[in-house]
Design a protein around this ligand. Structure first.
Ligand SMILES: [Zn+2]
Length: 267
């Protein structure tokens, strides 16, 4: 890895008064949560016995809770258990430590539905989950914009029910072709972020593991038009608007930046 670029990244972070952390699937991969796509992707590895990769398409569509709620909940109940039982990696702790030194702290914008930033200690009021959260439920119909936290063990063997109307409940995260997704919680998070953004004068954006396949996190990071540190394993996904591009896995690069920051502070 380019040590000059690492040093430059550390300087940018050191000089900033706030961090905006834009995180995609690559951030969670280092916690042991597989990426979503491919034969070793999260969805594939979570498929219950008797279901195959060719069935995946059906289980990533919004209507799956309508067409086969029992199988859909076998699938997403297992995904919820995996997300709850997986421990966030040390990269989250580095980011939290850097944020604690800033007058305006940090705000997280992530497409990850696993709830790992909150589990790692980031304040829920400083997180936008742009695709929602597997740890929250909503009515599958939906009868209202109501969203509530998942209870431990929800999903099997009894199917979760809407706490208002008693119809089937489902995770509050965005699937493909999913008009039933309740966006209220994510919208409230976005509003909190917009209010917070009026405070910092010189924030830096740290974009981590955000790929081109679902480019929402990248588009958000670039749209801010601020100094942008991009961390990505894929060289072809490093190009573009980044001020500094660092190729590598999230945990590895964050560990190196932390060491570079220590050198900056020692000077
Ligand atoms: Zn309902």
């Amino acid at each position: 890895m380019d040590t000059t670029a690492l040093q430059h990244a550390a300087q940018l972070i050191d000089n900033a008064d706030a961090l905006i952390i834009a995180a995609g699937a690559g951030m969670s991969v280092d916690s042991g949560l597989p990426d979503f796509r491919g034969s070793r992707g999260l969805w594939t590895t979570l498929l219950p016995e008797g279901l195959h990769e060719r069935d995946l398409h059906a289980w990533t569509q919004g209507r799956c809770f309508e067409t086969d709620p029992t199988q859909a909940w076998r699938f997403y109940g297992e995904a919820l258990r995996v997300c709850e039982s997986t421990v966030p990696h040390a990269g989250h702790a580095f980011l939290l430590d850097w944020a604690d030194r800033k007058p305006h702290g940090a705000f997280v914008y992530t497409s990850n539905v696993d709830g790992h930033f909150e589990a790692a200690g980031f304040a829920p009021a400083r997180i936008v989950e742009c695709h929602g959260s597997i740890r929250h439920f909503q009515c599958a119909r939906p009868c209202s914009p109501d969203i509530w936290p998942a209870a431990h063990g929800d999903g099997a063997p009894t199917l979760p029910r809407c706490r208002r109307c008693g119809a089937l409940a489902r995770p509050n995260f965005l699937l493909f072709s999913d008009p039933a997704w309740v966006v209220a919680r994510t919208n409230a998070q976005r509003l909190r972020m917009e209010t917070w953004r009026a405070g910092p004068c010189k924030p830096v954006v740290i974009e981590i593991g955000a790929g081109l396949a679902l480019p929402g996190v990248r588009m958000f990071a670039q749209s801010l038009r601020l100094p942008l540190i991009r961390i990505n394993t894929d060289a072809t996904e490093l190009y573009g608007a980044a001020t500094i591009a660092l190729q590598g896995r999230a945990l590895d690069v964050l560990t190196r930046i932390d060491a570079a920051l220590a050198r900056v502070h020692a000077q």
